[in-house]
Ligand binder design. Structure first.
Ligand SMILES: [Ca+2]
Ligand SMILES: [Ca+2]
Ligand SMILES: [Ca+2]
Length: 245
């Protein structure tokens, strides 16, 4: 009986360890695994201030240009979605830079929806639907969050390469129920002239399109509940086997 109890303890320990190692990774990239929920575009002053750039193969940010990107349909019970009742461990965005920049940029969570098919530099000064009267998107707590979700430090996207940004807090907030309107990428200064362009979801080569990677796991309280239940059963077994000894 002691051996049985010891083996049960070992099984529970394995179960607890297994819960930690059962973390799953799901990726979202336009055209991969049937995913088609990426929306991306940029808003730019000047000649294209009234022209949507949603079908452009790049997302451009600089002093007078704001990048926008969103991944829809990432939560749900589908085969390549994040199911309910999990814990988001990490979330990263990986992009392929094809026009590098020495400048700095920052990601902010969008608080209002955007439409890559219709939105432009000038539609974001409409004064309607929550939008303010200034061209482009502002991190004013109205159009976009004042919180910087990720700082792209000067010099960190100065090569033609893939670049990855930790945006865990955003995905955790969306998973917790906040509306997922994606991110705006703003220049650190309106005076910046060195464009940063990464390949959009419209880029021909699927593997070079923006990639959202999310790792999730069974939340700890559930693991503890399983262990607790096992301990309770053990104690009962000890109690029931006690008198036989
Ligand atoms: Ca696009
Ligand atoms: Ca605006
Ligand atoms: Ca550049």
């Amino acid at each position: 009986m002691r051996n049985l109890i010891l083996s049960s303890v070992a099984a529970i320990a394995t179960m607890a360890a297994g819960a930690v190692s059962s973390a799953a990774i799901v990726t979202f990239q336009q055209g991969a695994n049937g995913y088609s929920g990426t929306a991306d575009t940029f808003l730019v002053a000047g000649a294209n201030a009234d022209n949507p750039r949603g079908t452009n193969v790049g997302v451009q940010t600089r002093g007078d240009s704001h990048g926008l990107i969103r991944f829809d349909d990432i939560f749900g019970s589908g085969p390549n979605q994040i199911p309910a009742g999990q814990q988001i461990i990490s979330a990263t965005l990986t992009v392929t830079t094809n026009n590098q920049s020495v400048d700095g940029f920052q990601f902010h969570r969008m608080l209002l929806p955007f439409d890559e098919a219709t939105d432009t530099w000038n539609t974001w000064k409409s004064g309607t639907s929550g939008r303010n009267l200034t061209e482009g998107v502002q991190a004013d707590g109205q159009e976009a969050s004042t919180v910087v979700e990720y700082i792209v430090a000067p010099g960190s996207v100065d090569t033609v390469a893939t670049h990855t940004f930790d945006l865990t807090a955003s995905v955790q907030a969306w998973y917790a129920g906040q509306a997922n309107h994606g991110w705006v990428i703003l220049p650190a200064s309106t005076a910046q002239t060195d464009s940063w362009i990464f390949r959009s979801r419209d880029w021909t080569t699927q593997s070079e399109r923006p990639l959202l990677t999310v790792e999730y796991a069974v939340p700890e309280p559930a693991c503890l509940a399983i262990v607790g239940l096992g301990t309770l059963r053990l104690l009962r077994r000890r109690a029931s086997t006690g008198p036989r000894r």
